[in-house]
Design a protein around this ligand. Structure first.
Ligand SMILES: [Zn+2]
Ligand SMILES: [Zn+2]
Ligand SMILES: [Zn+2]
Ligand SMILES: [Zn+2]
Length: 354
């Protein structure tokens, strides 16, 4: 119906201005073709939309403005677009836009594809015994979009190893049992020091028994480790059965007072008699002991009293534990050797005969 009204209107217009021919690019509906003598009125409702290659119907551009010159009437306008001009650049998140235009004023717009993300690796973090780790991830450095999520990796836990206990010995300290991690070396159970036990002395053992005249040896071992702790000399016993008396009561020094029950022809007077140090040989101690052939005097002897060896007619040898000079200076009581026909004193540096 509208078209009919318009046709009437157009015809009336044509009749009224028969000398004028009007043609307009921006006539929205309908088209007047004045070519030739025939007058045709087009009925195209929708002029072509802007063609991508510029091939469009006349007056097509949506934003085309103005009409063609009168001379162009009759030759369809084909858009000829310039190069694209970027209006807004794309990012990795938003499309950009570009535009190109035709000399007729028509413009064409289109979106520019998204840019690729600017990928950055989020490096993996290894988990430790006690701290969690992260797997490798990826994100965009520009828009911060996470491309690959970093996953939490569970902590590994300690790798426990026993530090074995070390028992203490007599002279070296020990350690209690401990624990550590073989991966990170964290000490989980501290090893405490156990002090050394010290030696435990055992009984004395005689390695060389003493005789009447020769010293012996004895030693003491630790009952735990058999280390030899001490070694001591066992003094020669000396002749047994001699009579003696302490010099002072309560102090273990003594004077030999007689032959007692001893019958040794070779008399050894020990340094100790029943734990008393022998300091003196008393007055008349061995008087008349005709069976004596030799006498050995002890270390530490200080004096021989009067008549000590009187009438020991068979005494030939006296052994003295000192030098000849010491023997000469030695304290000897009056008549100590009275009645001995002849004898030799054997000193450490030689003999003196009488
Ligand atoms: Zn154009
Ligand atoms: Zn991005
Ligand atoms: Zn660990
Ligand atoms: Zn020991």
């Amino acid at each position: 119906m509208k078209n009919n009204v318009k046709r009437v209107f157009v015809l009336a217009l044509l009749l009224l201005s028969s000398m004028f021919m009007l043609a307009s690019c921006d006539e929205e509906d309908g088209e007047i073709d004045l070519q030739g003598s025939n007058l045709q009125i087009g009925t195209q409702e929708n002029p072509g939309s802007p063609g991508e290659n510029g091939e469009g119907t006349p007056n097509g551009g949506s934003s085309a403005e103005g009409g063609d010159d009168a001379e162009d009437v009759g030759t369809p306008h084909v858009h000829s677009f310039d190069e694209w001009v970027t209006i807004k650049a794309s990012t990795c998140k938003e499309h950009g836009e570009r535009e190109r235009s035709c000399e007729c004023g028509a413009k064409e717009n289109e979106s520019i594809p998204l840019l690729a993300h600017n990928e950055v690796i989020d490096i993996a973090v290894s988990p430790t015994c006690v701290q969690t780790g992260l797997s490798e991830g990826k994100h965009c450095a520009d828009c911060l979009t996470v491309i690959i999520d970093q996953e939490t990796l569970a902590a590994l836990g300690h790798n426990e190893v026993i530090d074995v206990a070390v028992p203490p010995t007599c002279d070296q300290s020990g350690l209690t049992e401990g624990k550590h991690c073989s991966t990170c070396f964290t000490v989980l159970v501290v090893q405490n020091v156990i002090p050394s036990k010290g030696h435990t002395p055992g009984d004395w053992v005689v390695s060389l028994p003493a005789t009447i005249s020769v010293n012996g040896l004895m030693y003491q071992l630790c009952t735990d480790c058999d280390t030899k702790l001490k070694e001591e000399v066992i003094l020669a016993t000396g002749s047994l059965g001699l009579a003696y008396k302490p010099v002072f009561s309560g102090i273990k020094i003594c004077t030999v007072t007689g032959i007692g029950t001893c019958s040794d022809k070779d008399l050894y007077i020990g340094s100790l008699i029943e734990e008393h140090r022998v300091l003196h040989i008393g007055t008349n101690a061995f008087e008349g002991c005709t069976f004596l052939e030799s006498v050995t005097l002890p270390d530490g002897l200080e004096s021989i009293a009067s008549f000590a060896f009187k009438d020991c007619v068979n005494l030939k040898d006296i052994h003295f534990p000192g030098t000849k000079a010491e023997w000469i200076d030695f304290q000897k009581g009056f008549g100590w050797d009275e009645g001995i026909p002849s004898y030799t004193v054997h000193c450490t540096d030689g003999d003196i005969s009488k």
